[in-house]
Ligand binder design. Structure first.
Ligand code: GAR
Length: 197
């Protein structure tokens, strides 16, 4: 019989605070339709890998898209969550996960997104432009960087004395760490219902 949860792989590149939010959400029951069974990183030094290991989640270092795809297929991964993953995946790779890959981006898409717009750069650009409100977006991943259908967004106010670092932290606390687990649950639940039909 098929498992009664959606098998999730989380892909990371750095600190992994969004991964931590997902792990905590699984423990607290906010994520109840999915289970994180793999954490994959393109960066062998990512602190996120330590968070995974501390929670007994298998880790995998990405050597190339072909190997990663084989690993995800071998592990029967049903949902891929990009949580602070900084590499742009090829259209071919993404096409293997239609409506099965989601990403968190630290701005209100379509502002401050796309190629070259990731991590702290996003907040630098928002401050340089002078917008007064920013936020975070969770969206499905398609072949256009940050271009897939939006699942959820949350706005965060910008303060006059914000630096990229203070803004990044507030967007994480007030938006990302809340939004990503909820979206992961929503999509896990959709996929679980499909599987049980
Ligand atoms: C987060 O702000 C995430 O939204 C962003 O990088 C940070 C990673 O932090 N992702 C992107 O910019 C992707 N385009 P984390 O490793 O602590 O989760």
């Amino acid at each position: 019989m098929a498992e009664d949860f959606t098998r999730i792989a989380v892909m990371v590149s750095g600190g992994g605070t969004n991964l931590q939010a997902l792990i905590d959400a699984e423990k607290s029951g906010i994520i109840k339709s999915g289970k994180i069974v793999l954490v994959a990183s393109d960066n062998p030094d990512a602190y996120a890998l330590k968070r995974a290991a501390a929670n007994d989640i298998e880790t995998y270092i990405m050597k190339g898209e072909d190997y990663l795809l084989k690993k995800l297929e071998a592990d029967d991964i049903e949902l891929v969550v990009l949580a602070g993953f900084m590499k742009i995946l090829s259209a071919d790779f993404v096409s293997h996960f239609p409506n099965r890959m989601i990403n968190i981006h630290p701005s209100l898409i379509p502002s401050f997104c796309g190629k070259g717009c990731y991590g702290l750069h996003v907040h630098e650009k928002a401050l340089a432009y002078g917008v007064k409100v920013t936020g975070a977006t969770v969206h499905y991943v398609n072949e256009v960087p940050d271009g897939g259908r939006i699942i959820a967004q949350k706005a965060v106010e910008i303060r006059d004395d914000d630096t990229p670092e203070t803004l990044q932290r507030r967007v994480m606390e007030q938006a990302e760490w809340i939004l990503l687990p909820r979206a992961a649950e929503k999509v896990s639940s959709i996929l679980l219902n499909e599987k049980n039909k």
